[in-house]
Design a binder for this molecule. Structure first.
Ligand code: B16
Ligand code: MG
Length: 228
């Protein structure tokens, strides 16, 4: 969905696409708590390593994977009920969120891109993305928001990022994606975009560049991406 046009998008050659969970805010810890509670309630163990595999993965696919790990078979009605239960629990954590939960230097990078009149989109698998951006007061920094409500195929399928490029009126090859998940990096690569991993170099080895966080990204590096 395209938001108000805060910038003259036609001036931009590049499109900067940000994942949400794990890139802009540290909501991965809340997804972990909610999935762990749910998994344990149906007698399935759930580790942090398994949670890593769910990063960037849609809610439906995440539950399917948990049930498979636990070797559980349930009917459609139970599946829908468990998804709602997980989301309610997740939302109870989100309710307490504020701007303090924005990851370090994210506002600095967004402000710099805005100052340089670059086009910015969200590209998230989450259906709660818009609400979270509102809660942390970042929603107005985005020219477009593409999230879990706008796509049929989840990451690693590139649909979410291709839609974001379209919203920004930018060619896929001119887009730069910031991602914390393996599935998201793969999606960016399949979309023929520049992938920038935020997190662990070994986990995100498929990305074009990897940084521990935005504090490690220099203004000069962003400048080079703009001018490339
Ligand atoms: P929801 P991202 C993803 O967001 C999360 O990484 C993933 O753990 C979650 O299952 C997915 O959103 C769906 O989230 O349940 O809120 O719709 O990293 O793509 O911003
Ligand atoms: Mg993420």
């Amino acid at each position: 969905m395209q938001l108000h046009i805060k910038k003259k998008l036609y001036m931009n050659k590049k499109g900067f696409i940000f994942d949400l969970d794990g890139v802009i805010v540290d909501t991965a810890k809340y997804h972990f708590l909610a999935w762990k509670k749910l998994a344990n309630s149906i007698g399935v163990d759930f580790s942090e390593a398994q949670n890593e595999q769910l990063k960037g993965v849609s809610r439906i696919k995440s539950l399917e994977m948990i049930l498979e790990w636990g070797n559980k078979k349930i009917n459609e009605e139970e599946f829908t009920a468990l998804m709602a239960k997980k989301n309610d629990d997740y939302l109870s954590h989100i309710a307490k969120m504020d701007a303090q939960e924005i990851l370090p230097d994210v506002p600095k990078v967004l402000d710099y891109l805005t100052q340089e009149k670059q086009a910015i989109s969200l590209g998230s698998a989450s259906k709660n993305a818009r609400m979270i951006l509102e809660k942390v007061h970042l929603i107005n920094q985005f020219d477009a928001i593409v999230d879990g409500n706008d796509v049929i195929k989840g990451k690693p399928n590139p649909e979410v990022f291709l839609k974001a490029a379209k919203e920004l009126n930018t060619a896929a090859k001119d887009c730069i994606v910031f991602e914390d998940s393996v599935a998201g990096v793969q999606a960016a690569n399949s979309a023929n975009m520049i992938s920038i991993g935020i997190g662990d170099k070994e986990i995100l080895h498929e990305a074009d560049y990897v940084f521990r966080g935005f504090t490690k990204i220099s203004t000069q590096f962003i400048e080079e991406l703009i001018r490339k």
